[in-house]
Design a protein around this ligand. Structure first.
Ligand code: CP
Length: 326
């Protein structure tokens, strides 16, 4: 693959994002989210047009620090950085000096000392990226912090819906399942509401956080009650690893009330979009036929994640280089 600098770096007009870090969608305005999505659309267009690397981050070091397992986010950020010609450091906690007692912050500071100016971090503790942003000079991108936020996942969800439907304005998006433990749900709620969508959260009462209506969402406890009015269903994974007890009687019962299957698809809108952040539990949140069927955009989400992460890395770098305000 060759490198080119002939292509324009992004849309010439429209809203801009001049952030110092990307910690969550709660912090961004509708215009800033739109600026990231527009830049991602431009990167996607460029990579479909010609498969060349861009030299926009030539000489920049991007560190991917993953203190929690990941497949999609880690590889997507790493490839996004490489597509922009950055040098990458891919750190995972297993096999690292964390086992010798080195702290999370010291690990990041040592990697920053190797020249990283963009630091992507995933950590099981909510607020870990915010803490890091206060302790290092590099720009920090949150790749998922505990149950708090997962901004690039929500951005790629928004991108995928906008790409298919033209706009988020007026669409009804239903987030199904484990809302209580889901950073994806929280980031989606912020992003979807800011871009004008109606948001329904649907799940057993034990998996819906108290007072979630204060975020401007509606609550449903039966998927069948809201399916007919839903444009996009986002099936969240049951986060067994975060649950500290029994939140529903059995997986079988959960699947009976909240699992997306062929029968439920028949009751849904003919053009309903099925999203899932992944990893998916086939046979629990959705059946095989739905996951691999024509309504599913699950792999489109993964494809779009690359363009979205390229946009986030590039815009943050550009903002920093220009002395961005954050
Ligand atoms: N959706 C998502 O964050 O997947 P990974 O945990 O594999 O990164």
């Amino acid at each position: 693959m060759s490198t080119t600098s002939d292509d324009p770096p992004g849309p010439p007009d429209g809203p801009v994002w001049t952030g110092e870090h990307l910690l969550g969608l709660e912090d961004l305005s509708a215009g800033e989210i739109t600026a990231i999505l527009d830049q991602a659309a431009e990167f996607k267009r460029l990579s479909l047009e010609n498969n060349k690397k861009l030299d926009l981050l030539d000489g920049v070091v991007v560190a991917n620090l993953f203190f929690e397992p990941s497949t999609r986010t880690r590889t997507s950020f790493s490839l996004a950085a490489k597509r922009l010609s950055a040098d990458t450091i891919d750190f995972t906690s297993s096999g690292s000096s964390l086992s010798k007692g080195e702290t999370f912050i010291d690990t990041a500071r040592n990697i920053e000392a190797m020249g990283a100016t963009l630091v992507v971090v995933r950590h099981r503790s909510p607020g870990a990226p915010h803490q890091l942003a206060r302790r290092i000079n590099a720009a920090v991108l949150n790749a998922g912090d505990g149950t708090h936020e997962h901004p690039t996942q929500a951005l790629l969800d928004l991108f995928t819906i906008r790409e298919k439907r033209g706009s988020l304005e007026g669409l009804t998006v239903t987030l199904v399942g484990d809302i209580l433990h889901s950073r994806v749900a929280r980031s989606n709620i912020w992003g979807l509401k800011k871009l004008g969508a109606r948001v329904i959260v649907c799940g057993p009462s034990t998996l819906i956080p108290p007072r979630i209506e204060e975020l401007g969402v509606e609550v449903a406890h039966r998927l069948d009650d809201v399916l007919g009015e839903t444009d996009c269903v986002n099936l969240l994974r049951i986060q067994f690893e975060r649950q500290r007890g029994a939140f529903f009687p059995s997986i079988r019962e959960y699947t009976h009330f909240y699992g997306m299957n062929s029968e439920r698809l028949k009751a849904a809108r003919p053009d309903v979009m099925i999203l899932a952040p992944g990893p998916i539990n086939r046979g629990i949140e959705l059946t095989q036929e739905v996951a691999d069927g024509p309504h599913s955009v699950i792999l489109d989400q993964v494809t779009n994640g690359l363009a979205v992460r390229m946009a986030c890395l590039y815009l943050l770098h550009r903002s920093r280089a220009a002395g961005g305000s954050g």
